[in-house]
Design a protein around this ligand. Structure first.
Ligand SMILES: Cc1cc2nc3c(=O)[nH]c(=O)nc-3n(C[C@H](O)[C@H](O)[C@H](O)COP(=O)(O)O)c2cc1C
Length: 186
């Protein structure tokens, strides 16, 4: 009975988690909380026990400086807009992954890192901390890798925009599984 109840809670959190993209308030996202969430999130599956991730936290005090530097990597006409956009969340967690040369290992590392990010996202949601994994163009910008001291053999998997929020994000429906499910028929 207990087991059924636990599964139901997990399913509920999985279904209710949302990407929080806007409407952040000023409540501070602390390094302590982020570390706490990460300590659980890193129990994601990881092939060869490579645990290919590392993290850079940008807190609310560093955010404005970071936003300015990242925005400066854009063409001049976009800089003001990008700086304002990057000042919206309270903090960032940049997720970085080791990039092996073998395609198989790269795929495994990306899969493990994505699973870890989902863990983090769910755990944050449980604490009512808003998260969105973003892959804006600056994530792929070599100058941003320099700003963050990211190595040549590393990939910036994404910026996790973090912030508490007052307004519930809207739900986006999923395509029913039956529409994507078939049986192998020999
Ligand atoms: C790998 C990945 C990259 C994403 N990049 C962005 C992004 O750059 N900008 C954005 O607004 N949302 C981004 N998202 C969030 C999705 O837009 C969001 O998860 C989707 O709209 C479904 O909404 P939900 O998470 O609230 O269910 C990304 C999600 C994933 C998994």
């Amino acid at each position: 009975m207990e087991q059924i109840k636990q599964q139901t809670n997990l399913a509920k959190i999985i279904r209710e988690r949302r990407a929080v993209k806007k409407g952040y308030n000023d409540k501070k996202v602390t390094e302590e909380l982020v570390l706490d969430l990460l300590n659980d999130a890193i129990w994601a599956p990881t092939h060869g026990m490579r645990q290919p991730w590392r993290f850079i936290f940008i807190d609310s005090e560093q955010k404005a400086d970071f936003a300015k530097k990242v925005a400066a990597t854009y063409p001049e006409e976009k800089q003001e807009n990008r700086e304002a956009f990057l000042n919206e969340p309270n903090a960032f967690l940049v997720v970085i992954m080791e990039e092996p040369e073998m395609q198989k290992q790269w795929d495994e590392n990306f899969g493990a890192t994505a699973a870890m990010i989902q863990n983090f996202w769910l755990l944050a949601w449980e604490k009512q901390l808003g998260v969105v994994w973003r892959t804006n163009p600056h994530v792929y910008e070599p100058k941003v890798k320099e700003i963050l001291h990211v190595g040549d053999n590393e990939k910036v998997v994404g910026f996790l925009h973090l912030g508490y929020f007052d307004e519930q994000p809207t739900t986006k429906e999923r395509i029913p599984v039956v529409e994507k499910f078939s049986r192998y028929n020999g």
